[in-house]
Ligand binder design. Structure first.
Ligand code: PMP
Length: 395
């Protein structure tokens, strides 16, 4: 049979991370590969209470179709408990609930990218965003990062050269994969540049509240007086990814288009999941839960950093991430981390080779390591095993 996929479908490639995760599901593997929150920290009892009450008292509505823009009490809770706290003063009508922020990324591609349009991404950036955008066939323009995030001079140079840019995609806090946080100065500068070139900014903020050593920085959206920033949030890393609750905050003209796209995609996010999340937010303090997660992740990160210092050869650099789920390791230029991974898997330990996080390829000597979902003992042991493997490569 001849299956005639569309050009769009042919552009979709299997995610290296997903393929890897299949392998790393086995219990004997110490995996630093995924980006999963620690499942043992999910507040199961409270979620069970919320689920029970939602079904028993409002089951008729919870199991019925509902509005595309999302359950109003949930949108209000997100606005009051999360967005206002970090200085985003939007209206509840400027919030759309999505099925995780991954859906928001897919919709962003659909809404803005014509074939051949340029979009600006950080170098490296989130693989899931690249895959979501890739379907719409853009030209990825990568902007270098340093320890304060996207380098603004490079961005301006690129914008001078390319007048076909549609938007700038950034993950300003504890970036996936690099662990880097954009400084407040750069956030303001980025908005200034976006104004100058009349561009939209897509601000993807799944990790912003997971700040271990510092206060959370104000989102770019909090400085936005024109509705130029599309802000994406999610409960996946601060609460639970299984409910698939994400949100888009955008000016009404843009948001209305997102709503129409969502109608065509899935009509609405799950009524029951939204109600469970809203009930939880009304009856529990998510801030306390986030504090608990931060304590555990900070300790795990510290163990990973100390173990890398102890077991990795000198000269290997890694991001001293001050929050989020990842650190980013830079090996000697001649090292290919895919080969390193093949050897590491023989020792039952996994990480993600960094090459796939670069929109236009290259950079084989990087790796992303996650510290959120293995125990401190596993982290110490896993890093030790990787250290042994690296020694063979560094001879
Ligand atoms: N953006 C970034 C930067 C991410 O790291 C992730 C998840 N790994 C997502 C978006 C998607 O998360 P979710 O769909 O679970 O909200």
């Amino acid at each position: 049979m001849n299956i005639n996929f569309s050009d769009r479908a042919l552009r979709i490639k299997a995610s290296e991370i997903r393929e890897l995760l299949k392998l790393t599901d086995q219990p004997e593997i110490i995996s630093f590969a995924g980006g999963l929150p620690a499942a043992e920290l999910f507040p199961l009892e409270q979620i069970a209470k919320s689920a029970n009450e939602v079904i028993l008292t409002h089951g008729d509505k919870a199991l019925q179709y509902s509005a595309t823009d999302g359950y109003l009490p949930l949108r209000k809770a997100i606005l009051e408990q999360r967005l206002n706290k970090v200085g985003i003063q939007s209206n509840v009508d400027e919030i759309l609930i999505t099925s995780g922020s991954q859906q928001a990324l897919e919709f962003t591609g659909k809404l803005f990218i014509n074939e051949g349009d340029s979009i600006i991404v950080e170098s490296p950036t989130y693989l899931g965003a690249l895959n979501a955008f890739l379907v719409y066939d853009p030209k990825f323009r990568e902007v270098r990062m340093d320890d304060k995030g996207m380098v603004m001079e490079d961005l301006e140079r690129m914008l001078e050269e390319d007048s076909n840019v549609k938007f700038i995609y950034t993950i300003p806090d504890f970036q996936n994969p690099s662990g880097v946080t954009m400084s407040v100065g750069r956030r303001k500068k980025l908005l200034e540049i976006a104004k100058k070139y009349d561009l939209l900014i897509v601000e993807d903020s799944p990790y912003s509240e997971l700040a271990f050593d510092c206060e959370c920085l104000p989102p770019i959206k909090s400085f936005d007086t024109e509705g130029r920033v599309i802000h994406l949030g999610t409960y996946s890393k601060t609460f639970t990814p299984g409910l698939r609750i994400g949100w888009i905050v955008a000016n009404p003209t843009i948001l209305n288009k997102f709503i129409m796209i969502k109608q065509g995609a899935d009509l609405q996010s799950s009524s029951i999941d939204q109600r469970i999340a809203a009930h939880f937010m009304e009856n529990n303090n998510l801030d306390d839960h986030i504090k608990k997660i931060i304590e555990v992740y900070r300790a795990r990160r510290n163990v990973m950093f100390a173990a890398m210092d102890k077991y990795f050869p000198a000269g290997i650099k890694y991001t001293k991430s001050s929050g989020g789920l990842f650190t980013w390791v830079e090996f000697r230029e001649d090292i290919d981390t895919k080969e390193l991974l093949a050897e590491a898997l023989k020792e039952n330990v996994a990480f993600v080779p960094g090459g796939s996080f670069f929109a236009n390829g290259g950079h084989p000597n990087y790796a992303r390591m996650n510290y959120s979902c293995m125990s401190e003992d596993q982290i110490e042991e896993g890093v030790k095993r990787i250290g042994k493997v690296i020694e063979k490569f560094y001879r």
